[in-house]
Write a protein that binds this ligand. Structure first.
Ligand code: AMP
Length: 408
């Protein structure tokens, strides 16, 4: 179902809560933070101008960096307000909070065409946990919701998903901005009516990041192939040992319900049948973030579904590669999101590379392939196969899109 976009709205006199992507690079200069690249701000101007022309009262929300729930002065959006005013050629009000009385008072006196930028939503931990009470607070000033932050739509956070739900519940409209519309057009058209067999390949670190997508895709896909660390949460759910593999132990129920849904709907749900495992050992060396670099020793293929206690599963094994490649070769539409293993390390990149080759091959034979997610895009480019697929999107999975209103 196509999503409502800003072109479909009539926002005259209404307060429009716009989630934008203003996660811009900043540098300290003479004791002040300065924006070193304003591309992200520039890109939002068409959406903002359209809403201003329509006479909306704009309230912009965004995150900047990872302040982890604290008011980090270096991650304030204040410099963005200054830059945005300069680019828009009109005043941009700024409130040093994203919820509360000050925000509500300022929003109340906005006139049609006025623009207000709120402070970093990630000054609150509740943003990333998508806390319902926090979403209600954010939504207090919102009559209409617009999401133009495609890059943030893959996470179900309060400002990307929660607020939309609150606005929709109150009968308000939730629409995609122009940037988001551009991204959705391709993904939407291709994935609304995928030519069967439609094969979805999901990998990467976390089930929790992608569960909404899994749930939605189970209604459309003919087969789901799971790789990456995500696969081990499914293994754990099936009662196997996962050793030192990266798992989300609290997500096993989610995994079980996805497996059940697949069964009900007759969707093939393929999990790895073998793995490349190794023993992680902390070294004295520190990485950029100051964490000890992990050395992986005794790399080997394991065909047991139970991982040895001292080892971690780091890539899909050769039999799994074969199973997945066969399935991909039969497909006519492919959606791929997330690497099959710790592909940054050559020893654990073969699964991801093999999937990339299989996807490129079948695309050459006429299938449509859509690659979503920065890491799968990276992996394809690394394998020099980037131009052999139909469409690559930097976006990952999109609960922020699911929350938007459908076009009538
Ligand atoms: P995501 O952002 O969820 O798509 O996760 C991508 C990251 O997951 C990449 O950095 C991969 O190295 C990592 N990853 C994938 N499989 C594994 C695995 N089996 N163990 C550890 N990390 C993994």
């Amino acid at each position: 179902m196509p999503k409502l976009t800003v072109r479909d709205l009539n926002v005259r006199g209404k307060r429009v809560f716009v989630r934008v992507d203003y996660n811009v690079p900043l540098e300290e200069k003479d004791g002040q933070m300065a924006i070193t690249d304003a591309t992200r701000i520039v890109e939002t101007l068409p959406t903002l101008r359209l809403l201003i022309e329509q006479g909306g009262k704009l309230i912009l929300a965004a995150h900047l960096g990872r302040p982890k729930g604290k008011r980090e002065a270096s991650m304030s959006l204040r410099p963005v307000a200054v830059k945005l005013a300069e680019l828009l050629g009109r005043a941009v009000a700024f409130v040093d909070d994203c919820i509360g009385e000050k925000v509500e008072k300022t929003a109340e006196v906005l006139k049609p065409g006025d623009v207000l930028l709120l402070e970093n939503v990630r000054y609150y931990n509740e943003e990333e946990t998508n806390d319902p009470a926090f979403a209600e607070k954010l939504a207090k000033v919102a009559e209409v919701y617009v999401n133009d932050a495609f890059g943030a739509a893959h996470r179900a956070h309060a400002s990307t998903e929660g607020v939309a739900r609150v606005v929709a519940r109150r009968g308000g409209q939730c629409a995609a901005g122009l940037l988001m519309e551009r991204e959705l057009k391709f993904l939407g058209e291709e994935l609304d009516n995928p030519a069967p067999p439609f094969v979805v390949i999901l990998g990467g670190a976390k089930v929790s990041d992608k569960i909404q997508v899994i749930d939605r895709l189970l209604e459309k896909a003919d087969a789901l192939l799971i790789g990456g660390a995500m696969a081990y949460t499914f293994r754990l759910a099936q009662g196997h040992k996962t050793g030192k593999s990266l798992v989300e132990a609290d997500k096993t129920e989610t995994a079980v319900s996805a497996l059940n849904k697949a069964k009900q709907r007759n969707v093939k749900f393929l999990l790895p049948v073998d793995d490349v495992v190794a023993e992680p050992v902390k070294t004295e060396k520190l990485d950029k973030k100051g964490k000890p670099v992990i050395d992986y020793q005794n790399v080997r293929v394991s065909s047991s579904l139970d991982c040895p206690d001292n080892a971690a599963g780091l890539d899909i094994g050769p039999q799994t590669v074969k199973n997945y490649s066969d399935e991909i070769a039969k497909s006519r539409t492919i959606l791929w999101n997330g690497p099959m293993g710790l592909f940054e390390d050559k020893r654990f990149a073969e699964g991801t590379n093999a999937v990339a080759r299989a996807v490129a091959d079948v695309t050459q034979k006429g299938a449509k392939s859509i690659i979503g997610g920065g890491d799968s895009v990276k992996a394809l480019n690394k394998a020099k196969l980037g131009d052999k697929v139909t469409f690559m999107s930097e976006g990952k999975v999109l609960p922020g899109v699911a929350a938007l209103s459908d076009k009538k």
